[in-house]
Design a protein around this ligand. Sequence first.
Ligand code: BES
Ligand code: MN
Ligand code: MN
Length: 458
Amino acid sequence: MSLVSLEKVFAYLAEHEERHIAQLCDWLRIPSISSESEHKSDVIAAARFIADELDGLGLQVEVIDTSGHPLVYAEGAQQPGRRTLLFYGHYDVQPVDPLELWISPPFEPAIRDAKIFARGACDDKGQLYCHVKALEAYVRQGIELPVNVKFIIEGEEESGGRAVYDYTERHTDRLACDAVVISDTALYNEQVPGICYSLRGLAYMEIRVFGPAMDLHSGGYGGVVQNPANALAAIIAKLKDADGRCLVPGFYDDVLELDAAERAAFASLNYTEEVLRKETGAPAGFGEKGYTILERMWARPTCDVNGIVSGYGGEGAKTIIPAQAVAKVSMRLVPNQDPDKIAAAFIRYVESICPPGVRCEAVNLHNAEPVLVPRHSPLLQAGLRALEQGFGAQPVFIREGGSIPIVGTFQDCLKAPVLLLGYGLPTDNAHSPNETFHLRNFRGGMRTSAILLREAAG
Ligand code: BES
Ligand code: MN
Ligand code: MN
């Protein structure tokens, strides 16, 4: 593979950039919200969109029906003696509420300040599309691919679906590869690209508190029955201490502590409380004593209420004792915590602290394994070289606080190393109103993906 052809690839990407942006916007217009059943046909349309595009590049493509949303599998001609890369991504997106906070509608992509604004722009359609367009550049220029490629693209990542796990477990031969490449994380910041080597895992729980058979008059029965909303508040108050340390017994037993080199590397990234305040709008930082912000964000587990629903929240006053109260709680986990074990400990703990006069239950809605990949593998080195050339800046090693649930299963079933090559930014508003993808990062991502196809060839 000569440098000349890479120049041709870059020239192609530059020449066709307007069209690539327009096509990404077409995909972003499809509201593929996997958790909302009213969007089922949109989810299918988004799967077809990417399937058709890969088909147009000469790959063999299958849209696979599942009990949930479809999977898209595609493969190019598999040449013996070449390494095989498996690209994973997701075409589904998060819900868009609160809609009134969007400056432009979430499914009407708009370009402002050199960013694409749309739900899914960064997470994950825009990032995944970089690989597709890099591939297109090779194919359309008639440049032989230095590696074999496969794609597995799912539509349930954001809603905890099982389809891609079942498929991976049942089709390890089909997905066999030398490396898995995933662009669904972030650069370190606008100036500094990063290779991610660890993701946090997840145990997602729901706490349900049941009181009277129906909402009661808070005057008529107040003081003589337990209030489920107060009881839930009491339970929640016992989940963490004042510094944010989780109080579930055994929670920290299996936590892998950072080594000195990692702590030094994190410290050299200079992530200050001021940056945190600027990125989040929070009035101050907060968290476990003895750890820096990046350590807490990337390598310490959490226990956070994601939502509380109980009683009356409408205009003015309504005097009731609610019949029930529900809280959603996420525990972000780190290597080597086991989500099943943590979920079981959580359930036991919640049952043990249930106040008198109500019935409490806790259930585990879904899990993700924490991930740690070796930093010094040839694959990560290839990723570093690709990022450096693609973005024109020296990349750093980072971890991520978020989760990509399938990664652990890829590691177990495919026995292949995983490269987490993110092109988003922590400030791209993933899962929030006004999600963005910077055009600069779309461009850098497409170039990086193109270089990776060469660098990963070995
Ligand atoms: N792309 C994210 C994962 C991510 C988040 C990476 C933040 C880097 C930083 C992914 O789409 C996601 O949102 N994952 C969910 C998984 C959950 C629904 C099981 C998450 O982390 O909440
Ligand atoms: Mn994602
Ligand atoms: Mn997401």
